[in-house]
Design a protein around this ligand. Sequence first.
Ligand code: UDX
Ligand code: UDX
Length: 432
Amino acid sequence: MKISIIGTGYVGLVTGACFAEVGHEVVCVDADANKVRTLQAGGIPIYEPGLEDLVLRNVAAGRLSFTQSTADGVARSEVVFIAVPTPPNPDGSVDLSYIESVAREIAGCLEGYRIIVDKSTVPVKTAEKVAETVKRYRRTEVEFDVVSNPEFLREGFAIDDLMKPDRIVIGTNSARAAARMRELYAPFEAPLIVTDTNSAELIKHAANSFLALKISYANALSVICEASGANVQEVTRGMGLDARIGTRFLQAGLGFGGSCFPKDLSAFIQISDQLGYDFRLLKEVQRINHGQMERFVKKIEDTLWVLKDKRIGVLGLAFKQNTDDVRSSPAIDLCLRLLGGGARLRVHDPKAMDKAKAMLSPGPNLEYVEDPGKVAEGCEALVIATEWPEFGRLDWAAIRASMSTAILFDGRNLLDPAEMKSLGFLYKSVGR
Ligand code: UDX
Ligand code: UDX
């Protein structure tokens, strides 16, 4: 089938490349001329494992192309995906201005039946608003349908999540659109839920908020574990092996970040509020998440006594492993707090250093270090802030020897406490 994707960011590019891979003809549209030029020249503007190969292979096969023109994209496709950002407003509600302007743009160039699919994360009832907008701005009585098809991809695992999804959600009130969407997704083996647009939109916010709730639950348990001498990893493993609970997303640490969970949680709280329900459970999820970072920083302050002029190494800047994304990264938040206390940082991340520089400018108190084994050189303490698995494989004896005092704060419970103690570290992690 012929499809276009408006917005070639993380979600749009990965979605487009995966659809091309299964044989569809895809044109990715983006308003950013530089991004389009980079992609047309074979460059990949983001880091996502496997993405470069996938994009280049499908471009070479003639199934994937890039343009700046929405009209061109809409003309060349039957299904038009919207994958533009839905950033938070200062009060936590969702800024839908990009969605609205893309809906108007699509309306202006509709010349035949099109299925307009919203992939961006949006509040319930947005599909209805998109349909109203397209009706208002279309130039002729041309037919169209609007579908809500939320994405569930995790950065770092996005291709796998797309090629082998747990489920595919199609929200539409049109049988015609539902049949075409089933065809579009036929190459993917996964349960397919066809429902109304409002339910589909709610599934996304409900799922992300529940996952955030699981993480906050584990983080709250970590506080109890620390106070009682239990080990949170043992507790969550023992809980998670109950198939009704599941072991995933119960990793205690510095709290959740990224471009989705914090924003989607605030949005869902706002949406519920507007619908007349005070979702206090989710407010508590947020509160626990903030508290987790504060407790960790206090642990560092209490141990070092005074932060001012302390040299601290930091491993990890991305909001999680396998990505260069630093949006709402707990690691960046932690660095800012340590810098605010007067500490002098040496930082490293395998992929996110370039992007981090926009938020943490290098200077007398902040040095970017290429070699993770050297990040702690001469430091009084080292902090693990992101769960990159390769940090676990570093030569920890050599790192210990390179430090002026061997204090290790593991914000992601990545290392084995007994092993670190045997190497001579004063080792502190979360809930263990
Ligand atoms: C996505 C979703 O769309 C968002 O709703 C979800 O909650 C998180 O993931 P993402 O792909 O991460 O957003 O955004 P980003 O990487 O910023 O890419 C968006 C792209 O859309 C950018 O390349 C931007 O240039 C483009 N864009 C934006 C347009 O082409 N037109 C616009 O009007 C606005
Ligand atoms: C998330 C959802 O998982 C995905 O389905 C949705 O489409 C977009 O939002 P993403 O933000 O890419 O994906 O990352 P995710 O792997 O969910 O991690 C989010 C944050 O939670 C990270 O900061 C991570 O470090 C943290 N996390 C995750 C924990 O602290 N503990 C865990 O057990 C799992």
